[in-house]
Design a protein around this ligand. Structure first.
Ligand SMILES: Cc1cc2nc3c(=O)[nH]c(=O)nc-3n(C[C@H](O)[C@H](O)[C@H](O)COP(=O)(O)OP(=O)(O)OC[C@H]3O[C@@H](n4cnc5c(N)ncnc54)[C@H](O)[C@@H]3O)c2cc1C
Length: 401
């Protein structure tokens, strides 16, 4: 699907497709089965210049845009969603937040780690603070020339393999006054007090660990504070802005998985014969294939539009939310339809459809659920922030009276 790509973008896409169709596809089933992080694929991405592409050139990256990253993620995810996610998190999310808001020293540290093959972890969610991330209880208390961090994070992608962690916590000054939510950088294995509690057994995307992480009297210097609260919850607002890139990345992985499944289904519909003819000669299946292609084209247009909206900054919040909701739900439907085209074979673990079905299911949940992102879309189109907490609703009602 062409969609106005430059010649550089086409060759980048071709490079990613070649890798995806070759060694990445060959390893995808094994990565899923063994649940091992694919370090060999990380090495391939590094060699092909597909890690840290969005990092500015002065920090060793290539200064590429979000659409460039999207093209790579889309191609990789069609073969192996885990590898696609690694491309997301080495080009978007935490690394892009550090590149936008960090000091020179922090940018250098993060860029060096990512370009060497580290996939940074972003730590927001807690056991009792999921969609309501603002309810987080992890605290960073200023004591002398240190911050002392205590708390627990859950569902941290890369927990146990990632070295660089971007950790969000409530920041308290030396007098115990809360300043808001801020983001800190910490490196696993170099920061006493940061420990991996356990790995979550997941339905899909099994090659990347999802872990619960504990901070117990973890001491960090003030120079680790990458997104300071600055009074007005700036750290959290900055995080949400940067997170729009991660949402576009997540939507792209879902899109890539569905494109991979669609292609398998299309090929099979020609190869498989029943009643003396290829099954794609039955109109019922032709319309299914047509609907799949229409949905994918619409999802791709939304993802590319969201990526393009972020040139020179971060993707637009509304476009990123629209793209993620639509693409995640569409991708689940398309993968399910592709599996159906295979009949019994689709249900076998010998084919990738069952893995794709498990993998794609995540994308209406992680990185903002479809419901919460609909709230974001509603807030944007109605032109107001819609309070979600009970207190917030009561205050809004009181303000109206
Ligand atoms: C594979 C995976 C990877 C993840 N990676 C990370 C990571 O790296 N870092 C990180 O910090 N977090 C990560 N997460 C956590 C993810 O961001 C949260 O799961 C998500 O924000 C939802 O929180 P929750 O699971 O606690 O669900 P809850 O917030 O408990 O929601 C439960 C249900 O209620 C709905 N709901 C909640 N509030 C509202 C509302 N206001 N309106 C309508 N419906 C609502 C939700 O949509 C959902 O259906 C990951 C999750 C998964 C599954």
């Amino acid at each position: 699907m062409p969609l106005d790509l430059s010649s550089d973008q086409k060759s980048l896409q071709a490079r990613a497709r070649e890798l995806a169709g070759g060694p990445v596809a060959a390893r995808a089933a094994e990565v899923d089965r063994t649940e091992q992080y694919p370090w060999d694929n990380v090495a391939l991405l590094k060699e092909a210049g597909l890690l840290g592409m969005t990092i500015p050139e002065r920090f060793g990256g290539q200064g590429k845009g979000w659409l460039d990253a999207v093209l790579v993620i889309e191609a990789l995810s069609a073969a192996c969603a885990v590898t696609g996610r690694i491309a997301v998190e080495t080009n978007m999310g935490a690394i892009s937040a550090v590149m936008a808001y960090g000091s020179e020293e922090q940018k250098r540290l993060a860029a060096d780690l990512v370009l060497a093959g580290d996939k940074p972890a972003i730590c927001i969610t807690e056991p009792d603070a999921g969609s309501d991330a603002n309810a987080m209880t992890t605290r960073a208390v200023r004591r002398g020339n240190r911050y002392v961090v205590n708390g627990r994070k859950h569902w941290i992608t890369g927990g146990g393999v990632s070295r660089l962690h971007l950790i969000f916590a409530r920041v308290l000054d030396a007098h115990g006054n809360e300043e808001g939510i801020g983001g800190f950088l910490a490196i696993r294995d170099e920061t006493p007090g940061l420990s991996i509690v356990r790995r979550e057994p997941t339905m899909g995307l099994r090659g990347i660990p999802e872990a619960e992480i504990a901070f117990e009297d973890m001491e960090l210097p003030p120079s680790a504070l990458v997104m300071p609260p600055r009074g007005l919850k700036k750290g959290f607002a900055d995080l949400m802005t940067a997170y729009n890139s991660q949402r576009v990345g997540a939507a792209t992985v879902a899109l890539g998985i569905a494109q991979g499944a669609y292609q398998l289904g299309l090929d099979w519909s020609q190869a498989r014969e029943q009643f003396g003819r290829p099954i794609n000669e039955f109109q019922g299946l032709q319309w299914k294939l047509a609907d799949m292609s229409i949905r994918l084209a619409a999802a791709q247009a939304l993802v590319y539009k969201a990526a393009r909206s972020g040139e020179g900054g971060f993707p637009d919040m509304l476009f990123a939310a629209q793209a993620k909701v639509f693409t995640a739900e569409t991708a689940i439907a398309v993968v399910n339809d592709a599996l159906q085209l295979f009949g019994a074979r689709g249900y076998s673990r010998n084919l990738p459809l069952e893995r794709m079905t498990r993998d794609v299911r995540m994308f209406t949940i992680g990185g903002g659920t479809a419901e919460v992102l609909r709230n974001v879309v509603a807030g944007a189109i109605l032109g107001k922030k819609l309070p979600q907490t009970r207190d917030g609703w009561m205050k809004a009602a009181a303000d109206r009276t």
